[in-house]
Ligand binder design. Structure first.
Ligand SMILES: Nc1ncnc2c1ncn2[C@@H]1O[C@H](COP(=O)(O)OP(=O)(O)OP(=O)(O)O)[C@@H](O)[C@H]1O
Ligand SMILES: [Mg+2]
Length: 310
């Protein structure tokens, strides 16, 4: 018998008053995968995780985790998952070590065993040095690490991460990405939500784009980037009257997309394409107010997929 997927959600609907937070969401996560749910504020990401982790009940549709129905077998589901929420769950007045030992004890470990598990996780999440300081003294990145460590006390096989790097500085963000990959390499299945295309690109094996509670696109990060054109070169001619001439000059390189006086064209070779664009514009005598390379964002994905920004 083949093993069921780690997550199988079908046509999930969830309304809060007049708000349709989920509107027929489908989602599958295979064992060992990192799946990124990408969507703007209010897309339904947290609601989806809440249903999968048995904190909310769907109005209709069904969801299974590791083959267990979230409505009929919530205890079996909870035994296999960890949820690191968008907002911190650790007790700020306690140290990281105290938080970890507390959770381990709540999960039924004996004191010595609980302390050993705490040491293991402190080490894994690079918190050993700060282990005996209250969490309220931690930086944002350390807090987030403590939060994930606490959620892993029970050694789950599926981890839900709700916007793991929102609000983190670039260095903490890189550190978090490394840790998520290490968890995957250790056999964990990860379902994460994010508002950043770059994050989904760096981490996810597969990306599911969600808007207004439903999936509007799905695929590997590369396939998604192909759809939105990958890195773009953006050019703003000094005079608006030169936009057409600029488009003609640049068409030797690629067909530009024009919006609000700015020309965008695919630049898969990065700086090389930028240099070529400068050369073409210069040869055509077009003066440029601004020219730059830009990596696609969530807004670009939405613009291409839905015709409107996120
Ligand atoms: N408990 C609730 N009561 C009322 N409305 C809710 C509740 N939870 C979510 N919503 C609404 O449902 C929609 C989806 O919310 P959800 O939190 O799932 O979005 P999200 O994708 O996680 O957004 P964000 O990126 O801001 O975290 C939003 O319009 C939100 O206001
Ligand atoms: Mg959310």
């Amino acid at each position: 018998m083949t093993e069921p997927p780690m997550v199988r959600a079908e046509r999930l609907v969830k309304t809060f008053g007049d708000t349709r937070a989920l509107d027929g969401l489908d989602l599958t996560v295979e064992r060992g995968e990192i799946v990124g749910v990408l969507g703007p504020n209010g897309a339904g990401k947290t609601t989806a995780l809440s249903i999968l982790s048995t904190l909310e009940r769907p109005d209709s549709g069904r969801a299974e985790v590791a083959g267990f129905d979230v409505l009929t077998h919530p205890a079996d589901v909870r035994a296999r998952i960890a949820l690191t929420g968008q907002y911190a769950a650790v007790d700020e007045k306690l140290t990281a070590r105290e938080n970890l030992v507390l959770f381990a004890r709540l999960l039924g470990r004996r004191p010595a065993d609980a302390r050993a598990r705490a040491r293991e996780l402190l080490d894994e999440f690079d918190l050993t040095e700060a282990a005996d300081r209250r969490v309220e003294t931690y930086s944002g990145g350390m807090r987030r690490r403590a939060d994930i460590a606490v959620s892993l006390v029970g050694a789950p096989s599926l981890l839900f991460l709700d916007e793991p790097t929102t609000g983190l500085d670039p260095r903490s963000r890189l550190g978090m990405w490394e840790r998520v990959r290490a968890l995957r390499d250790g056999g964990m299945t990860v379902l994460l939500t994010t508002q950043y295309l770059e994050e989904a690109d760096m981490l996810a094996d597969r990306v599911v784009v969600v808007d207004h509670g439903r999936v509007i696109a799905e695929g590997t990060p590369d396939a998604l980037k192909d759809k939105v054109g990958g890195t773009q070169c953006e050019v703003r001619p000094l005079a608006a009257t030169e936009v057409e001439d600029a488009a003609r000059a640049l068409s030797a390189l690629a067909t530009p997309f024009v919006r609000d006086g700015v020309l965008s064209l695919p630049a898969p070779r990065g700086a090389e394409d930028l240099t070529e664009a400068v050369r073409l514009l210069d040869a055509a005598g077009i003066r440029v107010a601004d020219i730059a390379l830009r990596r696609p964002t969530l807004d670009d994905v939405f613009l291409r997929l839905t015709g409107h920004p996120a």
